[in-house]
Design a protein around this ligand. Structure first.
Ligand code: AMP
Length: 221
């Protein structure tokens, strides 16, 4: 199964992606996580990407597309995958179609995670993430047991630089302009699934998995 999860920053797509990965036994590919790992390692890719990420802008298509192209060639993608944070532009979506078509395959479904704009800002500025395993927390609704320490792996939990309010505003503008048109793009292909994540993440996941089940995809756990 090949999935895309689409949603604004703070829509909860990353959290839902983890649940989908575990429930369907597919590989989770987050372009944001790959960029952050490169920034941490201070690779040339990381140094280049950081300039855009810190400004709330998109990393240029040619950099992002070739990074994803390499990632999809890795063995763990053979079991199926979930793309989280990619594509983010029509050009990326068209290139992805092309890449898959060359291998006689296609995306099975695109899950659109819906959250009203007014809820998003509160979620993002309160978000904290583990610098090691990527687990996501919220200082109000899901704090760590020990402040600043990941419940899962014990490493440091911090606020992402791009989760500061000034950058979040720019990221939302970028989302509206570049990424929202993808909803139409995939709706026209008839592969869009809606998941209302304004309240309960479990309900949003169940909504998506009911639609996946109709397409013939069953959970493994
Ligand atoms: P995320 O963790 O998905 O919110 O991504 C964090 C940041 O990484 C985004 O705000 C962008 O600057 C950059 N980024 C992630 N995925 C992409 C992509 N597909 N295209 C361009 N930039 C991206």
């Amino acid at each position: 199964m090949k999935l895309i999860i689409l949603g604004a920053p703070g829509s909860g797509k990353g959290t839902m992606a983890t649940v989908l990965r575990d429930s369907y036994g597919i590989t989770h590919i987050s372009t944001g996580d790959i960029f952050r790992a490169n920034i941490k390692e201070e690779t040339p890719l990381g140094k280049e990407a950081k300039k855009y990420i810190d400004a709330g802008q998109l990393v240029p298509d040619e950099i992002t597309i070739s990074m994803v192209e390499d990632r999809l060639k890795q063995d763990d993608c053979k079991v199926g995958y979930l793309l989280d944070g990619f594509p983010r532009t029509i050009a990326q979506a068209e290139k992805l179609d092309e890449m898959l078509k060359a291998n006689n395959t296609a995306i099975d479904a695109v899950i659109r995670v819906d959250v009203p704009n007014e809820v998003i800002m509160g979620r993002v500025v309160n978000r904290r993430v583990c610098t090691s395993c990527g687990e996501s927390y919220n200082v109000v609704t899901r704090p760590t047991k020990v402040e600043g320490v990941c419940d899962v792996c014990g490493k440091e939990v911090v606020q992402r630089d791009d989760d500061k309010p000034e950058t979040v505003e720019q990221r939302l503008i970028t989302y509206e302009k570049n990424t929202k048109p993808l909803i139409d793009f995939y709706e026209k292909k008839g592969i869009l699934i809606a998941a209302d994540n304004s309240k309960d993440p479990k309900a949003a996941f169940e909504q998506a998995s009911a639609a996946l089940s109709k397409l013939g995809f069953q959970k493994i756990q």
